[in-house]
Structure formats: C-alpha cells, structure tokens
Write a protein that binds this ligand. Sequence first.
Ligand SMILES: Nc1ncnc2c1ncn2[C@@H]1O[C@H](COP(=O)(O)OP(=O)(O)OP(=O)(O)O)[C@@H](O)[C@H]1O
Length: 678
Amino acid sequence: MQPSRMIRCAFYRLIPRVTSQVTEHQIFSCPWRSRLSFGTARKGTLASASFSRRHFQKDLLTFLDSSATPVTVTEIRQYLRGNNISFYDGYSCLHVPSPFTLCQGNNLFIDKTTGRFLCKETLLEGTWEDYKDSMELLNKERSSFLSPDTMASYFGDSDTEERDRQFNNMEVSRIWNKAVWFHDLEEEDAQLIKTMFSISKINSTTLKKFGVKCFQPTKSLVFPWFSPRDATVKGLKLLSAVCKDNNVTYVETFYPQLSQYQNLFGLPVLGKKDTEVVITSREVDSLAIHQATGVTTISLPRGITCLPPVLLPYFEQFKRIILWLGDDLHAWEASKMFSRKLNVKRCLLIRPGDKQPSPLQAFNLGLNLNKILKTSLPASHKSIISFRQLREEVFGQLENAEQVAGVKWARFPDLNKLLKGHRKGELTIFTGPTGSGKTTFISEYALDLCMQGINTLWGSFEINNVRLAKVMLTQFSLLRLEEQLHLYDEWADKFEELPLYFMTFHGQQNIQTVIDTMKHAVYMYDMSHVIIDNLQFMMGQEQLHTDKFALQDYIVGAFRKFATDNNCHVTLVIHPRKEDDDKELQTSSIFGTAKASQEADNILILQDRKLVSGPGKRHLQLAKNRFDGDVGVFSLEFNKTNLTYSSKGKAKVKRVGKENEPPPSPSSEKPTKNKTEK
Ligand SMILES: Nc1ncnc2c1ncn2[C@@H]1O[C@H](COP(=O)(O)OP(=O)(O)OP(=O)(O)O)[C@@H](O)[C@H]1O
C-alpha cells in the first residue's frame, strides 16, 4: 500500500476519537509561527547604586531594538583579556567560566556576533552589558561566584511570568503523566498510531531512548523537552494528525507557546564527548537517522524556519555538523543559512534530491542512510570553483524549477504570472508617483508573503510603526476594525503570530546603522525579506559635500550587497524624479543615475494613469525582471474599507527588450518632493 494511503487508513480508524480531542488541546501552529526574541527587560544596571532587579528571561519582542549598543568580537576579547578572564575561542561563541556557578570549566558561552551569553549550568542568559555588569558585581562581592541569594535579589521573574510558568508546568505535567510509552500500548494501537505518522519502522527502543510517548486522547506523538540542567520535563511538542478533505496534515502544539519553545530534541541522548552530529528539522527525522545509523542527531525546535542564536552554545562541542533538513529547496536554503551561524568550516550539507529525500522518507524507502550522510557537501566554498562543483546545484535548480521561482503571492496572482514569485537574495526597486499608494501597496505585498512564513523586517522611515501596523492589521483582517473594536483582540492575537519585525528607526538614518541592524536581524531571526521605505531617508545623514547621485549609488550598492551576501530579499522604495504629472513613469523615472535600475533584479512601478483611470484605479507595472525577462502590467483596484488592492483583469505579458526607453540623464533632475516624516 502507498504510505500516504496507509496513513489515511490508520487515520480513519481513529478518526472519531481524534477529531473530538484535537481542538481541545491544540494551539494550532503553522510553520510560519516562528518568531523568537530574547529581549532583556533592562531595569537599571547591576552596577548602579540601587541594584534593581534584572530580568534574564525571554520575552516577546517584535521591534528590533536599534538602540542596543553593538559589540564586536574584538571588543569582547579585549574586555576578557583586560579583566584577566581566560577564554576559549569556539566556533560561534567564546567559552568563559561562569560567574553564576561554582562548577569548574568554561560553561558560559558568549555569542561572537551579538555578545549575548548563556550559562549552560544555570541556563541564565542576557546581553553583553548584563555580562559586564555581572562581572562588576562579582568583583564587588569579592566571592568566586554570584550566589543564588544574590542572584535572586537581582535577577528575578515578574509575578506574571512566574504565574505563566507555573501554569505551563502544570499543563506539561498533566500531559506528560497521562502520555504512555509505546511499549505499554496494545500492539495494534501502537502500530496504528505509528502508521499515522509514517514511523512504523521506528522501534519502541528508539522511541523510549528519545523519550517519545503517545498521548492517547488525541493520538498524538509527544516529544519531550528535557531541561539540560536537571533532566526534568520543561516543555512538550505534540504532533497530531488532522484529516480534512481526504488529506492528512500534521499539526504541532507547543508547551510553552512557540515563541518560548527552544527544545533541541535529542540533546539528552548525546554524549558529552561526541564530536559529530546530524541536525534535522523534524523529530521523526532524528529518530530515523539515529535508528538507522546510530549517529548522534538533534532536531531544531522550529524546523527550517529559524535557528535562534541562543541555541548555538549547545553545538559548540561538535567538530563536524551535517545538516539534513528536508527534501526541498527551502530546506537547502535553510541549511546554507544555518551553517553560517554554526560556522561553515565545520558544516556539511545534504543536498535534497531524488536519491536524498528527507531522512524519514529515506529510511522508509530502505535507502542506506550512512551512504547518504557520506555524500554531504562542505558548506564552505572557495572563491574559485569549477562547473564540476556547481553541476549538482544547477541540476537541483532545474529539477525544482517551481521552487526556484520563489514564493507565490496569494493575493496577487497576476504578479505571479509576470514575476513568477518572490526569491531570496534579490533586490526589488519599487517606485510610483507621490501619494499614489506605494506604502499601502507594498504593505499588502509584504504581508501576503509574511502570512506564508517569510520572516519579514520592515524599515519604515516615513510613517511610524504604529501607523504602519494599523494599515497592515486592516489588510490582514480585511475589516474596518475601528468600527468593530470588539474584534480587535482576536485579530491582534492572530497578527502577533506572524514572523514580522519592525526596525525602530524613524526619520533620517545613517546607511551603515541600517545595514548593521539588518545583518543583526538576519542572524537573530533568519530574515528573508527586508522592506526599506524609503531610500531618501538615508540620504540626509551623509556628508553634505558628497555628490547626491554618487551617494545614492553608494546606498543602492550597499543594499544590493546585503541582499546577495545574506541571501535575503530587499524591497527598496525610491521616489521618482519630478516629471510631468500626465506622463507615465518608466524605469528611467527612478530618481538618480542608472545604477539603481542596473543593480535591481526587479523594478515595480505603481502607475496611477491619471488620464485613463478612474479614482482609486492603479496599475502595477513590472519594468524589469532579471529572473526570466517577462515584463508587463496589470490593473489594481483599491478597496478603501480594508486598504487592500485586489488585482483585476488579465496581466499583459510582454517580452523584455520591448521597453524602448532612453537612458536616464540625472543632471537636471529633482526628486518629487523634499521628504520629511509624515
Ligand atoms: N489607490 C488608491 N486610491 C485612493 N487612495 C489611496 C490609494 N492607495 C492608497 N490610498 C490612500 O492614500 C494615502 C497615501 O497612501 P500611501 O502613503 O500608501 O502613498 P505613498 O505613495 O506611499 O505616499 P508618499 O509618496 O508620500 O510616500 C493613504 O491614506 C492611503 O490609504
């Protein structure tokens, strides 16, 4: 029988029980519900006279704090040397003795990119400033570590957080205690449940070793999160099968909620001296690899969506890391991205392909997993390579043409026809007449992608984040919420789950600060899309004697480089130069020299066609498309109630080269208006 059919059959035998229970226990999560940040609520510094309480716990933070003082690894090293603190230079972290424990050894890890630390003994974490303050306090205490009493008085959780934690612990204990081991189930029940999750070949010994249980009321797999400190169960992930329209989908439920779920599944199984590990994106993949090969495996808490830097210390012991994250191009992209954080020199990647499907599938097909692991490719590459090294990658691109074309917009099918999709690492330039609705359109265009799991960062320099978020929430809910305030919380809760972040900049900014913040966001939250609205807000901060066109070229070049280096899409809004109001804009209408249009992969123009359209009518023109050359135009209709544009009519596709434009002459141009923040 086909595996998918077997799953469905198993499902139907269980369906009466499953459906009645799932809703009761599920906090439905989508792959894109992956957002995490580790904001430390700073309430004064430890070194200050009052020694107010410091909160070291994690906290949801969707605004990227651009005011946090960046620290370089050189500065960290200098500080440690200057204070006679011995350290070991690891792959992603510096290893130092922890001021929070009497245990010997380097058990505190300082992230080389952000300066944040994690003490593996106490699980305390904080910023670089927190670490320095702790060291200062330690010197004042004149003891060899900060005692629990001292810690309790300065580092504590608020009452609400404590209450949340207690509630979570009760829920976790309730489920964990009620869940049963597979070897305690009736053989027939165990097989049925295993069939639902395609893990029939995973034996009870492997499941027990990794602590996997079954929660019978919902027929869910229970993956435990054991505290690395004392091996108690501090969280759970429930994997449940839901059948709808003859299709089985899998739903994950997290305890604590997703934003706080940081379980590296498999951690308790590994030995302290292990030097090699295979990282997977799903727990079932880890089970399959471990059973088939005996190698150490760890699976990431949120699959391919992100690798939070706070988890990096747990990988420091490994000299060799193989990333086998799945069977598609997204998994391949993620493995390249994660290997940069883990340090490419020790990483090897499994390239998805027919002979290299996902680990569980490979195991179920009877493939030799050891052999597949041996085919892993080094993540680091030299500056000069031959086609031999590229041929597999080229084949992969040809084989997965649909995925290479990028993520499709759900709300703009005509844009998909022309642009084919939204691809990582590209630069899109977006322009349109003043006040034509550029921000409104780009907000919906980015929201659409974000709702499909694209980790998105907004740099809105012109309109403040509250106003932008209000527009986005309206577009998200498709409702005029000011008239239905009772629905606000419901929609805000859903909106909060989007992987959406905002830079806190407003008004004129220095380009380097903006690029640094974007790099930080890519490292922390694995951003795939950054929107900059708009370029003119980076122009005012630079030295006045610099030629404005040269300056703009430099800024465009910086965004181009960022997009390529970080494999992150940048959408850059640029105002058009001043032209006749009755003329349509074209590529050459973009303010500045031809550099912007040369560097861009895509150019989108919001045309308001004042002469031929009615009020509210707009057209979106794709004037450049480096991916496959198709350019064209389609109409948009504005809905003032929910601030959305729905594309109308059929996209006219014309081949590249038909756009016969004269090259732009920057000499006489003026931007359409002198920008001040709205
Ligand atoms: N097609 C449209 N028809 C009518 N009003 C619109 C349309 N699109 C947007 N608007 C409204 O026009 C106002 C300005 O829109 P928006 O800020 O998006 O324009 P913009 O092009 O970004 O402006 P600027 O040139 O100042 O950056 C908003 O109140 C918005 O709701």
